[in-house]
Design a protein around this ligand. Structure first.
Ligand SMILES: [Zn+2]
Length: 367
C-alpha cells in the first residue's frame, strides 16, 4: 500500500514526464500521457473541422469574422495556452511572487475564487473539489490584482506571469476523462471529443472579461432553478455557458459518426448549458401586456356595475382574456437572453494571430 502511494505520488507530481507543445498549447509534465493524447486528438479534430451553416450566434459570441476549423482553434488557443494536470500544485516551488504596480484600477469581481481555500472568507468562494477542468488564470490574475503582488507560475522552466486572465493556464482533472462522462465507450469517438471541446471552450471564456467580469465567474442559480444556489449560472449573455452551448451546437452539426442517441445526448448538454444562462424580462413586452391587462380590468369593473345578463357574459369573456394575458406576461418576464458583459480581457498579455496559431498547428501535425 505504502509503495503504491509513493508510486502514485511520483506519477501525479509529473516528474516522470516532459512538457510538450502541441498546436499552440503547452502541456505541462503533470498532464497524464493518455489525457494529453486525448486532448491532442480533440485539437486535431477541431482544426480539421468541416464548417458549414454557421449560426449568427457563433459569429457574435466569438467575434470572429470567418469561422473555420483553424479560426476556432485560434480562438481557443488565444485563451488556453498552458494545460496542467490535476497533480500540479501551486506551491513555493511553482509560484513566485513579486511586487507589480501595473494592474488596472478597475473593480474586482464580486464573487471570486481564492487560490487556496480559506473558510468563511467572503466574497471568496471555493472551487469544486472534483476537477473536470478549471481556468487558473482568472483566479491568480484577480488575486494578484487585489493584493498588488504578481503571481508567476513556473511551468517546466517557463515563467508564466498572471498579468492578465489571458495567461491562459487551465487545469484538467480526471473528471474530464472519467468513464462516467463518456457518451461512447471509445474515448476518441467524435461524440466524446465534442463533449471535451465544449468544456474547453467554456473554460477558455474564463480567460476573458474586464473589471467585475474579469474571468467571467459564474453566479448563484436562483432558488427555483435545477442548480439552485450553486455557482453554476451566468447572468450575462456571452459567458462560459453560452460559449460552450453555441460552440457545441456547431460541432454537433459536423459529427459524422454520432448516432441519433448520441446526438440527443449532446443536444441535452446544449439545453442544460443554455438553461444556466439566466433569462431576463422582455421589458417592452412586459409593459405592453401590463397596460393591456389594466385596461381590461377597468372595463370589467365598469361592466360589473351594469348588472344584466349581456354585461355578465362580457365580463366572463374579458376575465378569460386577462387570464391568458397573465400567462403571456409571466413568459415575457423571463424570456430574453441577458445582455452581454464586456468580453475584452484586461492587463498585459502577448496576443497571437491566426497565422501564428495555424503555423504552430501545421508544425505539430507534421511530427
Ligand atoms: Zn465555468
Amino acid at each position: 500500500m505504502a509503495l503504491y502511494l509513493v508510486v502514485l505520488f511520483t506519477f501525479l507530481s509529473g516528474s516522470l514526464f516532459a512538457a510538450e507543445s502541441f498546436g499552440g498549447i503547452r502541456f505541462h509534465s503533470s498532464v497524464l500521457p493518455e489525457h494529453k493524447e486525448f486532448l491532442k486528438a480533440d485539437l486535431k479534430f477541431l482544426y480539421r473541422l468541416p464548417v458549414q451553416k454557421v449560426s449568427q450566434d457563433l459569429f457574435q459570441i466569438t467575434e470572429l469574422s470567418f469561422i473555420t476549423g483553424p479560426s476556432l482553434h485560434y480562438w481557443l488557443v488565444e485563451r488556453v495556452k498552458h494545460i496542467v494536470g490535476e497533480g500540479f500544485q501551486a506551491t513555493n516551488q511553482t509560484v513566485k511572487t513579486s511586487p507589480y504596480a501595473n494592474f488596472p484600477a478597475t473593480p474586482l469581481p464580486l464573487l471570486r475564487i481564492k487560490p487556496v481555500a480559506r473558510a468563511g472568507a467572503a466574497p471568496y468562494v471555493q472551487a469544486l473539489s472534483v476537477t473536470i477542468m478549471s481556468n487558473m488564470s482568472a483566479t491568480y490574475y484577480n488575486f494578484s490584482k487585489e493584493t498588488k503582488i504578481l503571481r508567476t507560475f513556473h511551468l517546466d522552466g517557463m515563467a508564466v506571469p498572471f498579468t492578465s486572465t489571458r495567461a491562459g493556464v487551465i487545469k484538467v482533472g480526471e473528471g474530464l476523462f472519467h468513464k462516467i462522462r463518456l457518451i461512447n465507450a471509445n474515448p476518441v469517438a467524435q461524440v466524446n471529443m465534442i463533449t471535451r471541446l465544449m468544456t474547453l471552450f467554456h473554460e477558455a471564456r474564463h480567460s476573458d472579461g474586464t473589471g467585475e467580469h474579469a474571468g467571467f465567474y459564474h453566479d448563484y442559480c436562483p432558488p427555483n432553478h435545477s442548480y439552485a444556489l450553486n455557482l453554476a449560472c451566468d447572468k450575462s449573455g456571452n459567458g462560459p455557458y453560452s460559449v460552450g452551448a453555441i460552440v457545441m451546437k456547431q460541432l454537433l452539426k459536423t459529427c459524422t459518426t454520432c448516432t441519433a442517441a448520441e446526438k440527443s445526448k449532446l443536444e441535452a448538454k446544449v439545453a442544460d448549458s443554455l438553461n444556466r444562462v439566466l433569462k431576463v424580462s422582455d421589458v417592452a413586452k412586459v409593459n405592453q401586456i401590463s397596460t393591456q391587462i389594466k385596461r381590461l380590468q377597468y372595463i370589467v369593473t365598469l361592466y360589473k356595475t351594469k348588472k344584466n345578463a349581456y354585461y355578465a357574459s362580457e365580463v366572463t369573456k374579458l376575465e378569460k382574456q386577462i387570464t391568458s394575458l397573465r400567462t403571456s406576461l409571466a413568459k415575457a418576464q423571463k424570456s430574453m437572453t441577458p445582455p452581454p458583459a464586456n468580453p475584452r480581457p484586461e492587463g498585459v498579455w502577448k496576443p497571437r494571430y491566426l497565422q501564428d496559431t495555424q503555423a504552430l498547428m501545421e508544425k505539430s501535425l507534421q511530427k
